[in-house]
Design a protein around this ligand. Structure first.
Ligand code: ADP
Length: 461
């Protein structure tokens, strides 16, 4: 089987870019690029794209990766011809190479001019899950986004890039997106072009940069594109480092403040000073809030660093829900919390972490339904799983925000929401925890009519 031709060995390290003035087009070292995971190639001619694409896919096939190609029929033909010429017999690659027609796939995803999150998971996510069988690495090429841009629907393309990124959080894979450069001609599309660069960890410029005769001009063209992608990645890295440092640094002083508060409380009880005790109680409540915020931030940094541990054991689902609901009810005078149904099942779970998920969903239900006075918790068994539903009758979540509330630091903005405190990380943590337990967490909601958050967990026999 052939490997990547020597002339295409060019990586995008900024220093090495200085050596590229004699290559014909910006090629990429495909065996290294998957480290950057999600990258975009801008192209002008089909030949140029197929050249890159066949490098990407042939490197993947040689390494035993599963390769999924979501392309137009003409690009598929071009790709398969090149792969054939490189010695790959696609018919014999049982399940390792999958082709999906881009236009047809897109037609299954779009609802009212925008890609639908659940259809996307259904169509693309399921295909990925199917080929991931056996845990081999996955490479995907997709040009659904390019078709949307050619149609003039750049907003939908950006949304689709976000959905790809969300999917990559759940299931790691390397993703190569391609955009036809002429669909970005014109000043009006510069912002959208920039937005698309931001969605990717790595940006490969189109071939016409070679038309720039001056080496300096070429370097500027390349580095501008890369800069946009790199600066976003850098920003995310710095954000992670900051969250980790801040949460660790804050924890120690808050813990000692809590200790001193407790000592003072004990002393003042003996001195019968009710007013000071009242202030101390309020101080303690605020310190508890601060402790919870810090521990949420710590969880985020553990999740990002991949070091969040679970201590799993058999847990009685109904009992855990009942105890957590009772604890929340004890501190809530505004709402009545009712449990309906039962699962009579055990789950294999980290009890504290599940309690944390329930607490988050219950306190959100209370927080975002200030005009209502009840919360409904429903328990049932469905197809080997327990399902817990928490329904409120509050402000609800507009449809366009429903998937995004699970992103870290995402809060629905609007005149109503501005009055609610929070960091926008509870649901991100909750979904990660449930998925780590092999379950799913999702929501149904209508603006003004309340929300129901559901999660499932596998039953433990
Ligand atoms: P926060 O600390 O902001 O509540 P979460 O991650 O728990 O963070 O929630 C993210 C966002 O989702 C919230 O800011 C809010 O806009 C929205 N949200 C969460 N739960 C509900 C709910 N039950 N009803 C309405 N909106 C909700």
């Amino acid at each position: 089987m052939s490997t990547v031709p020597e002339h295409s060995r060019q990586d995008f390290d900024a220093d090495k870019t200085l050596q590229i003035d004699n290559v014909l087009a910006p090629h990429v070292h495909w065996s290294e690029i998957e480290e950057t995971k999600h990258f975009v190639q801008f192209y002008e001619t089909d030949d140029f794209l197929i050249d890159s694409l066949s490098g990407y896919i042939s490197t993947g096939l040689s390494r035993g990766d599963a390769c999924i190609v979501l392309a137009t029929d003409s690009h598929r033909q071009g790709l398969e011809e090149r792969l054939g010429a490189r010695g790959f017999d696609l018919a014999s690659l049982d399940g390792q190479y999958i082709f999906l027609d881009a236009a047809e796939t897109l037609s299954h995803l779009m609802v009212d001019g925008s890609p639908d999150a659940s259809y996307f998971t259904g169509v693309v996510g399921n295909t990925i899950e199917r080929v991931a069988h056996g845990k081999r690495p996955i490479r995907i090429f997709g040009e659904l986004v390019s078709l949307l841009c050619v149609d003039g629907n750049r907003t939908a393309a950006i949304r689709l890039e976000e959905l790809w990124n969300e999917l990559r959080h759940k299931q790691p894979f390397s993703l190569f997106c391609a955009y036809w450069m002429p669909s970005f001609n014109g000043q009006a599309y510069r912002e959208q072009f920039r937005e698309i660069c931001k969605q990717h960890a790595h940006v490969i410029p189109s071939e016409s940069y070679t038309a720039l005769h001056d080496v300096d001009e070429r370097l500027r063209a390349i580095s501008l594109l890369q800069q946009q992608a790199i600066s976003l990645r850098e920003l995310e890295k710095r954000e992670d480092a900051f969250i980790s440092m801040a949460s660790h640094e804050l924890r120690t002083p808050v813990t000692s403040l809590k200790g001193f508060t407790q000592i003072l409380q004990r002393r003042l009880k003996h001195q019968a000073d009710p007013q000071s005790l009242f202030f101390l109680e309020r101080m303690n409540a605020q310190l508890n809030r601060l402790t919870n915020l810090i521990s949420d931030l710590l969880d985020v940094s553990k999740i990002e660093a991949g070091i969040l541990e679970l201590h799993q054991a058999n847990v009685d689902c109904d009992e855990l829900v009942r105890e957590t609901v009772e604890a929340v009810q004890a501190n809530c005078a505004t709402h009545r919390l009712d449990i309906e149904g039962k699962t009579e099942a055990q789950v294999y779970a980290d009890r504290d972490r599940l309690e944390q998920v329930l607490m988050n969903l219950l306190t959100n239900a209370i927080k975002y339904s200030p005009e209502a006075d009840s919360i409904l918790i429903r328990l049932r068994k469905v197809q080997g799983q327990v399902e817990v539903a928490i329904q409120d009758f509050g402000i609800g979540i507009p449809e366009e925000h429903q998937e995004r509330v699970f992103e870290r630091f995402y809060q629905v903005s609007g005149p109503e929401q501005n009055t609610y405190p929070g960091l926008g990380i509870g649901l991100y943590i909750a979904r990660t925890l449930i998925e780590r337990h092999g379950g799913c967490l999702w929501l149904k909601s209508r603006q003004g009519a309340g929300s129901t958050f559901y999660f499932t967990l596998p039953i433990h026999m």
